[in-house]
Design a protein around this ligand. Structure first.
Ligand code: GRF
Length: 202
């Protein structure tokens, strides 16, 4: 049985594209049933159009208060009836009510080796810290910031001459491999959350 996945993205959407491409190539047993975005200018919307994926816009700027935005987002997510919500460059913190509505059904990608460098500008944080390796992390979303159980991580070297963009580019290449891989495992029912750990069934 194919899973129904909905993607939340706020911007460029290159990870969204990697997921679209992996589904089209038959690598993920899923149908992408919706892009949900908070940003009417997101390039992810163009990608959706090309792939024939319906777009739901929940425009953050059109709500007077964050709570009202969150309520509308929750309604849009419930309406999608997705098996999995994929946060692919969704640039807002997901409110607790939404996290609690979809336990174990939401995954995020973060451009650092968690638990290092949570929050925004993770690649810049890594360069400024002077780390020798960095990478990306795909994890389940819980109520903490970038702190849910880790599904998989990929490493890249951090080189002496790297600036933020150079490191971000190297990490992004791995994101485009890691995210489809983690989503595939979810869609094959091979992930089990046991406390803080995610066990991957063979
Ligand atoms: C990626 O670096 C991802 O790890 C982070 O936001 C960025 C989104 O890039 N959460 P894109 O929109 O997928 O190109």
């Amino acid at each position: 049985m194919k899973k129904r996945i909905a993607v939340l993205a706020s911007g460029r959407g290159s990870n969204f594209q990697a997921v679209i491409d992996a589904i089209a190539a038959g690598k993920i047993p899923a149908t992408c049933i919706a892009l949900i975005t908070d940003n009417p200018k997101a390039y992810a919307i163009e990608r959706s159009g090309k792939a024939g994926i319906p777009v739901t816009l929940v425009d953050y700027a059109s709500f007077p208060r964050r709570e009202e935005y969150e309520r509308a987002l929750l309604a849009a997510m419930q309406e999608a009836r997705a098996d999995l919500f994929v946060l692919a460059g969704y640039m807002r913190i997901v409110g607790s009510e939404i996290v609690r509505a979809f336990p174990g059904k939401m995954v995020n990608i973060h451009p650092a080796l968690l638990p290092s460098f949570t929050g925004l500008h993770a690649q810049r944080q890594a360069v400024l810290y002077g780390v020798k390796v960095s990478g990306c992390t795909v994890h389940f979303v819980d109520e903490s910031l970038d702190g849910g159980p880790i599904i998989l991580q990929k490493c890249v070297p951090a080189l002496d001459d790297d600036d933020e963009d150079a490191l971000a580019g190297r990490i992004l290449e791995q994101e485009h491999i890691a995210f489809p891989e983690a989503i595939r495992l979810f869609c094959e029912d091979r992930l089990e959350i046991v406390g803080r750990k995610v066990r991957v069934r063979k």
